[in-house]
Ligand binder design. Structure first.
Ligand SMILES: [Fe+2]
Length: 255
């Protein structure tokens, strides 16, 4: 039975209003906190499970960061890698570290550009990483707890890398994806953040805007001369608190 003309018009208006409301609300209210867990395998001789997170940009949302910590613990990795940007303002660092201290696995981290520009206390972050059994890697390397992976953190644009241990798996942590092109050596995996995936992406195409030193490595897995590079879209947001077609991500990598 055909709907009366007035009723059809009301339905059309209601549908358009709902669609418009969704388009306006989703990137602001839902997607910035709609965590996605992505799983991938890199290499053939799998021996470790690594959780990769990046770009928390903690601004005081305790509930959200606690949710992240809960998921990380539930994934039960051998260790956690954090590729920079803890905060944008140093005042939030203490709270971020307090919440992250509930992580029950070693955390290895490098600083991001906002950690430098905010003047965040690197000693506090180093202490936190050490308390988890991990390390704060500012142009340093260390071994995973089982001694099977050399984990290297590199920060400067002229990457100063320590001698690579060819008998071990080698994992490079950087903040800027483009640094993978400057890394001399071969790595089993390079992890980076910084891009936020662009935060706003056009479906099946690309991000509208990307920060510097991302190059073509905006989001996901890439093959580079240094080895496989994974770019995580981050946990938090920068500038505008929005995400569209670019959910925050916790990556689980079997290496
Ligand atoms: Fe960031």
């Amino acid at each position: 039975m055909a709907l009366p003309k007035l009723r059809r018009r009301q339905l059309l208006h209601l549908s358009l209003g709902t669609a418009l409301g969704w388009c306006l609300l989703e990137p602001w209210v839902l997607e910035p906190y709609w965590l996605r867990i992505k799983k991938l395998r890199v290499g053939k001789a799998i021996s470790h499970r690594i959780v990769h997170i990046s770009d928390i940009h903690h601004k005081g949302n305790r509930r959200y960061l606690k949710k992240v910590v809960g998921i990380v613990n539930a994934l039960s990795p051998d260790f956690v890698c954090f590729t920079g940007d803890w905060v944008e303002e140093a005042t939030h660092l203490r709270e971020a570290l307090e919440i992250m201290s509930a992580i029950r696995h070693p955390v290895y981290s490098v600083p991001g550009n906002h950690d430098y520009s905010s003047g965040a206390a690197f000693e506090a972050i180093a202490q936190f990483c050490q308390s988890t059994g991990g390390a704060w890697l500012v142009d340093q390397d260390t071994l995973s707890r089982d001694g099977q992976i050399q984990i290297i953190g590199a920060t400067g644009s002229q990457l100063q890398l320590p001698p690579l241990k060819q008998s071990l798996k080698r994992l490079l942590l950087v903040h800027y994806p483009l640094f993978a092109e400057r890394a001399k050596g071969n790595f089993d995996l390079v992890l980076a953040g910084h891009s936020h995936g662009g935060q706003v992406r056009v479906p099946f195409w690309r991000a509208l805007v990307l920060p510097y030193d991302v190059g073509p490595y905006d989001l996901g897995l890439f093959q580079t001369k240094a080895g496989p590079l994974y770019v995580n879209p981050g946990i938090g947001t920068f500038y505008l608190p929005i995400r569209a077609w670019c959910r925050p991500e916790i990556t689980v990598i079997e290496l």
